[in-house]
Design a protein around this ligand. Structure first.
Ligand SMILES: [Fe+2]
Ligand SMILES: [Fe+2]
Length: 495
């Protein structure tokens, strides 16, 4: 059930009324709250058979009526009474024209229609709750002898079926409300995840938009391997929730790991900086006096160079071999600072960290961050997803799996990765590469990002057919984000 289903329900209810009462047209207004929290009746369904109108025209969709005496719709809702505006019989004149008995409503003028008579009834549930108003117009006479007006029989019939219709509408609206609550809850969850890692803020929404773009492109395919695949409205919702929540498991990853920008944490680098200051002081004490100034200068310069090497290695870019060798050498650099006490330039665990070949994460931290996928699954499994949305946890669970089984956490491949997850993976990697909001790395230009994705396709990791469609349909273009620019660099973190 969805907003679309509510529209369908209202349309079929209105059609039944038209058949039952025998009239040319009608409309339904549902009771909703406006932005100020006031009750208003919103124009939701319209049929005018003589004009071939089957839905509320676009220019009338914003029409709302307050519950007051200023309109027949509002009056019907306010007083919860049936209004039969057919008491004045309208007979054609000798020349065949129909004399005007009432001022033309705004809707009539907009539609080029003439409402000759009208039956307006409140839609009340058996509990007496108002859910809307139905209006029927232009009674069709049963035969040549009867008048074209709504009679008492019509009012009675309308009263009987309106409570049943009200129940159906109430149920439909409750389901739409449930959907709205779920949407709101999903958005709140995404806000909570991204509040912990403001650097990747907006990632979930962008990945969702990109994935749905690609799913729409799949639906447009008429032939080829994707020609037979069509995502229903409910499957789109399922995919939307899976994409929005794919990284919800990051909530369980320690914040300092999540936000780690360089190989060393800031406090670790500070500690090294203090040691270097201590070593310099020790040298100044040891090599005091005029005759030692040359040696002192040389030693201080060596320390400065060593510290610069550490800063260079600390960056999350690809580590050059010679920097890595220099870092290992620095573990041997020791300075005597006091009676026998020795200060080391770098401890083994620090040099290990600085020798991470690419990115900012150590193997242990990478494992910790990769756990977010399993947590995503565990969290999403706890949600009692309604019918049609059951696959949300599975789709999200496999967003880091690769077709060649080199992904994580399940290391599944091929057919074990649903097409929804494959689309999500492409969108996720693309956004991680092109995102402009990560201070630890520059955004990869669009063409370079597509090249990186293509190389993963060639390695058998990503779905080539979906990637081709991603490019051809330009599903990667988001209206809310301009195309990216910057130098190519690969993210060290899980997207
Ligand atoms: Fe992820
Ligand atoms: Fe992600």
């Amino acid at each position: 059930m969805s907003r679309q289903s509510l529209t369908t329900d209202l349309h079929s209810i209105l059609n039944s009324f038209l058949d039952l009462i025998g009239c040319d047209g009608g409309s339904i207004y549902t009771l909703e709250k406006n932005l100020q929290g006031d009750d208003v009746l919103v124009f939701k369904a319209m049929i005018t058979r003589s004009l071939g109108v089957e839905a509320v025209p676009t220019h009338l969709r914003s029409l709302v009526f307050r519950l007051d005496e200023n309109s027949t719709v509002g009056r019907t809702g306010l007083n919860r009474e049936v209004y039969n505006d057919s008491v004045i019989s309208v007979q054609p004149t000798a020349d065949g024209t129909v004399p005007r008995q009432r001022p033309r409503s705004a809707i009539d003028i907009a539609m080029g229609y003439e409402t000759l008579n009208m039956l307006s009834a409140p839609l009340l549930t058996p509990r007496g709750d108002l859910v809307g108003v139905i209006q029927l117009v232009n009674k069709i006479p049963e035969n040549m002898e009867t008048e074209a007006v709504f009679g008492e029989k019509d009012e009675r019939l309308c009263g009987i079926v309106s409570s049943q219709a009200a129940l159906v509408i109430e149920n439909s609206m409750l389901l739409v409300e449930q959907e709205n609550i779920l949407d709101g809850f999903v958005n709140a969850c995404v806000t909570a995840i991204e509040a912990r890692d403001p650097v990747t803020s907006g990632h979930s929404q962008r990945v969702c938009d990109l994935t749905l773009n690609l799913a729409s492109a799949v639906n447009r395919e008429q032939s080829g391997p994707l020609g037979l695949i069509h995502f229903s409205e409910t499957q789109f919702r399922e995919l939307r929730y899976a994409a929005m929540l794919h990284d919800i498991g990051k909530i369980s990853v320690k914040e300092h790991i999540l936000q780690k920008e360089k190989k060393l944490y800031p406090w670790e680098l500070k500690e090294i900086e203090m040691r270097f200051k201590l070593m310099k002081s020790a040298y100044r004490l040891e090599f005091h006096g005029e005759e030692n100034q040359l040696e002192l200068g040389r030693r201080l310069k060596d320390l400065d160079q060593a510290y610069q090497t550490i800063l260079k290695a600390n960056e999350p870019t690809v580590l050059p071999q010679e920097v890595s060798e220099n870092i290992l050498e620095l573990t041997k650099l020791q300075v005597k600072i006091d009676d026998g006490e020795v200060c080391c330039a770098l401890h083994a665990h620090e040099s290990q960290r600085l020798c991470i070949p690419r990115g900012s994460l150590s193997p242990e931290e990478r494992i910790e961050i990769e756990k977010h996928v399993s947590f995503t699954y565990e969290i999403l499994k706890m949600v009692p997803w309604s019918r049609g949305l059951e696959q949300v946890p599975t789709i999200a669970h496999r967003h880091h799996e690769k077709l060649d089984r080199t992904g994580y956490p399940l290391k599944v491949g091929g057919e074990d990765i649903p097409i929804q997850s494959r689309m999500l993976t492409i969108a996720d990697i693309y956004d991680a590469l092109t995102a402009k909001d990560r201070p630890y790395k520059a955004a990869v230009p669009l063409d370079k990002a597509l090249e990186i994705l293509e190389s993963e396709v060639k390695q058998g990791k990503l779905d080539g057919v979906l990637f081709k469609l991603f490019v051809q349909s330009r599903a990667y273009l988001l209206t809310t984000r301009s195309e990216t620019s910057g130098s190519p660099k690969k993210s060290g973190k899980a997207a």
